[in-house]
Design a protein. Structure first.
Length: 208
């Protein structure tokens, strides 16, 4: 017996309406959790706050990011981020001062009530830190500043952040491009030094 396939016209199904009361769940990453602290991020935000020529927008961004985390007492002590945030409470800009006070108060309250609960800390290994120190040295020479200057640290940390916190080829290329621009283009070096060109914008423009 022959077999026949009967094709029926497709009927368009009406899309189901979403129930506004239905909860939408998002998968949380490890780093998104408040008690998981990436030390490099804490130090990066700290360097942003301590840069004297930093813009208000970047100060707000750094404080908002810090507000998402609850560092342990050990992290506060080792990075001195608590001291930096505390100083920001006296910032002349009211928005920055109020936000800094909120962050500081939340940290202090949590640690007081949960002093026995450790946080999860993520740190770079010694080899990575050694390579980054060398990059900071090259940037300091190009900027004609000391290696420990906040501006030098800020630029290197931005480059490291944009390279997914990895010492990879993009990181090396970006550092070389930054050093070249600072060494051979005096007008760019001057803009970076006086704050007309922010570290984040400068690094982003030279990202490889």
């Amino acid at each position: 017996m022959d077999k026949f396939v009967i094709r029926k016209p497709r009927t368009q199904e009406c899309p189901k309406k979403k129930d506004p009361r239905e909860k939408i769940y998002k998968q949380a990453t490890l780093e998104s959790l408040k008690r998981v602290v990436v030390i490099e991020d804490i130090k990066r935000w700290k360097s942003m706050l301590e840069l004297s020529v930093q813009t208000k927008e970047n100060l707000i961004v750094a404080l908002e990011e810090l507000r998402k985390k609850i560092p342990s007492k050990e992290v506060l002590r080792s990075t001195k981020i608590g001291h930096t945030v505390n100083k920001m409470r006296k910032h002349p800009d009211q928005d920055v001062a109020v936000l800094a006070k909120a962050v500081y108060t939340e940290w202090r309250t949590f640690i007081k009530d949960h002093s026995n609960k450790p946080s999860i800390e993520v740190r770079s290994n010694s080899n990575t830190e050694s390579l980054r120190k060398n990059a900071q040295k090259l940037l300091a020479e190009a900027l004609q500043m000391e290696i420990g200057h906040p501006l030098v640290e800020n630029i290197e940390r931005e480059a490291f952040h944009l390279s997914s916190r990895l010492i990879n080829m993009p990181y090396r290329r970006t550092v070389r491009a930054l050093v070249f621009a600072l060494k051979h283009k005096p007008e760019i070096r001057a803009q970076v030094q006086n704050g007309m060109l922010s570290p984040s914008t400068f690094v982003q423009s030279r990202k490889k």
